[in-house]
Design a binder for this molecule. Sequence first.
Ligand code: SF4
Ligand code: SF4
Length: 372
Amino acid sequence: MKKLGFGLMRLPLLDPRNPKSIDIDHFKKMVDVFMERGFTYFDTAYTYHQSKSEAAFRMAVQERYPRDRFTLTDKMPMWEVRQESDYERLFNVQLQRTGVEYFDYYWFHTLNKGYVDVLDRTNGWDFALRKQKEGRVRNIGFSFHDDSPTLERILKEHPEMEYVQLQINYVDWDSPSIESARCYELCEKYGRKVIVMEPVKGGSLAQIPSEVEAIFKEHSPEASPASWAIRFAASLPKVVMVLSGMSEISQVEDNTSFMADFQPLDDEEQLVLARAAGMIKNSIAIPCTSCHYCTDGCPMNIAIPEYFAIYNSLKQFGKSSAFNSRFYFNRISAYRGKPSDCIECGQCEEHCPQHLPIIDNLKLVSGEYEKN
Ligand code: SF4
Ligand code: SF4
């Protein structure tokens, strides 16, 4: 199987303000290009696009291609589990939404210490094994968002978990909070296969500062910034799949062009990337990946990742982006809570896989845009 997977969490929208308004016609065209070029792997989840991603998959893929032409991953939403019977109920909803009779891969979504306790208390591990025996799931694993000791505990205690989905990108590889390198090494040590999520860091490594892009262009004039990011992740030996959350057909065309006949980064390219990573680390003010895990439960409906993206752009591109930046801030704050509306309840920080100090960061954004 080719090493590029289609992540279904940032699909094209008819209304950019409404994550549920997936543009199915555009999505179908993207799927057709992806499939024509020999790629087959799709990654969805119960919660993506406010629970509309799985049905979009059914319309664009399951109803249009035979089952043996595609590979599907879905994920158990751990935050919805209160008792043992919830697993079966949620799983059946997912089968119905996607239209398939089995999942090729099935993960426990966003495992952390708290969700490991939930799995222990509600026999979740047994549920995964049972579904595998019933033939409803071919391979089992989990996506991971916590520290390396927690990962090691899971890998030791649960050898039945075959796959681990990790966030890996060339900027955060040695980050002490994300611990990508350490988590990858643990998967290597315990013989688990790795799937990579967020290789382009929520799209931010596709929109890099011009001086960093110039370094890439000097080496390979035709290669896009995203290609460097995806090839970095795919070059790691234990990585069997790299997900890209594509939003438009040009991204599908670009990603499939360099992943169709994938070549790992050579030594010279690794050096170029290390230099670029150093420059980018110095320029990203708030390392948010736009995953939106923080927003669902926000009582003030604050557009957290959107505000962080606007702020980052202002800090990266300076005065040249100030007008655009304020325009977007005003447009979003007209229908969503403002950064200063935050009541500091803290629920968003509990859900942030990047462990960002969201409340403090919102104060930075507020100070920039709301001071007058
Ligand atoms: S701390 Fe602020 S931003 Fe976070 S969920 Fe509460 S109100 Fe929303
Ligand atoms: S603040 Fe954290 S949870 Fe929210 S979108 Fe950014 S990375 Fe995701």
